[in-house]
Design a protein around this ligand. Structure first.
Ligand SMILES: Cc1ncc(COP(=O)(O)O)c(C=O)c1O
Length: 391
């Protein structure tokens, strides 16, 4: 079967809720993917910031295979050693007083849990979220997602209790957080919104306001967490510690797992029966996430992301200089965006022709979130493609 045949069957048997390329990958290794036709690609998409160790990483493969052969799933009715190991590993990389974890299966679920936690903890209902944000596709997470294109057809959602404010607008957040606010939910870099980093001042203001007015500061680290931005978590660029963070995507390196991490005091709000999920934190996914954290630490991939990302963005800025069609080059670590209007999609196609997979976010930003093991040679190839494309 070739990629075209898979696409035909896909249009017959599957819901058509994704805009898919007519490419079907058969396997991957490191930063590379191969399609059914045998073409090789460099993966700057990484399953949208998921495959942080690249494809078929030996440590991750071994951990999953060994765990699968021993124990894949048991209920949260019982003690799960791999879950405790993972919570301990997370506690070793988050700043205090964060350090208590609960596991689920996706980013949306993590944010759902964070919102429920904030509502129960504060006894309040009101949530402040940002325009242009993305927090997931469930009813509650869509309710705090500030992009009409995702909400259309599903409104009013839970909007009675949600107020949207402009991202990075200090006056707006000062005016919004009050004594009825349960939580402010923020991304440290808006990913789906077009790779837009928060400012330090914004995060520090949000932190102060939440502390002062008794609201929880939730930082959605689903896309930015686990070293992507050159720090373990994006909020660490800003010198603040949130009350709750949500994680998913890279946490399992491709195996579906989400988490919230909070302080012990806030975590105590959830008592037996108040929240849960059948699969959340089962032995298989926790073994995978343990391997991911082990490799990120052992191979200093977070520090590597910081160094490579800075250098890369400098290079992209120099390539873009003199090209008015490039509006901005921005990001943090190996989360890199090149804003170029309609040309973003054109570049995506052009790069694909050169065997380079990139993605477009917000319809106008070339987003690159490669595995953290990406080679300098591949980054050079992407840069050359950008140079040639811009002419
Ligand atoms: C910042 C952020 N939060 C939440 C989500 C939703 O995660 P999931 O697709 O795993 O539900 C995403 C997905 O792109 C995201 O980027």
């Amino acid at each position: 079967m070739d990629s075209k045949q898979v696409a035909e069957l896909s249009s017959y048997y599957l819901f058509q809720n994704y805009g898919r390329e007519t490419i079907c990958f058969s396997h991957g290794k490191g930063e590379h993917l191969w399609d059914l036709e045998g073409n090789r690609y460099v993966d700057f998409v990484a399953g949208i910031a998921v495959n942080c160790l690249g494809h078929a990483h030996p440590d991750l493969v071994r951990a999953v295979a060994e765990q699968a052969s021993r124990l894949i799933h048991v209920s949260n009715l019982y003690q799960i050693k791999e879950q405790v190991d993972l919570a301990e590993a997370l506690a070793s990389v988050v700043p205090a007083p964060l350090g208590r974890s609960m596991f689920c299966n996706s980013g949306a679920e993590a944010n759902e849990a964070a919102l429920k936690l904030a509502i129960k903890h504060t006894g309040r209902r009101r949530v402040i979220a940002c325009r242009n944000s993305f927090h997931g596709r469930t009813s509650a997470t869509l309710s705090v997602t500030g992009q009409d294109k995702h909400r259309k057809g599903f409104e009013p959602l839970l909007s009675k209790n949600v107020e949207f404010i402009d991202f990075n607008d200090l006056e707006a957040i000062k005016g919004a957080v009050d004594g009825d606010t349960a939580a402010v939910i923020l991304e440290s870099v808006q990913g789906e919104g077009g790779v837009i980093p928060a400012s330090s001042e914004y995060f520090r203001t949000a932190r102060d306001l939440c502390t002062e007015r008794g609201a929880l500061m939730i930082v959605d680290e689903v896309q930015t967490g686990m070293g992507r931005t050159g720090r373990w978590f994006g909020f660490q660029h800003f010198g603040v510690v949130p009350d709750v963070i949500s994680l998913a995507k890279a946490l399992g390196g491709g195996v579906p797992i989400g988490a919230i991490v909070s302080t012990p005091e806030i975590a105590r709000t959830f008592t037996p029966g108040t929240h849960g999920t059948t699969f959340g934190g089962n032995p298989l996914v926790c073994a995978a996430a343990n391997a991911v954290i082990h490799v990120l630490k052992r191979d200093a991939l977070v520090e590597r992301a910081a160094e490579m990302g800075e250098k890369w963005m400098d290079e992209l800025r120099s390539i873009a200089s003199g090209h008015e069609e490039v509006i901005d080059v921005r990001g943090k670590g190996l989360m890199v965006g090149v804003e170029m209007g309609d040309l973003a999609r054109e570049f995506q196609r052009y790069a694909l022709g050169k065997g380079l997979l990139v993605n477009v976010s917000a319809g106008k930003v070339v987003r690159m979130v490669p595995p953290l093991i990406v080679s300098q040679g591949s980054i050079d190839a992407l840069d050359q493609a950008m140079r040639d494309f811009l002419g």
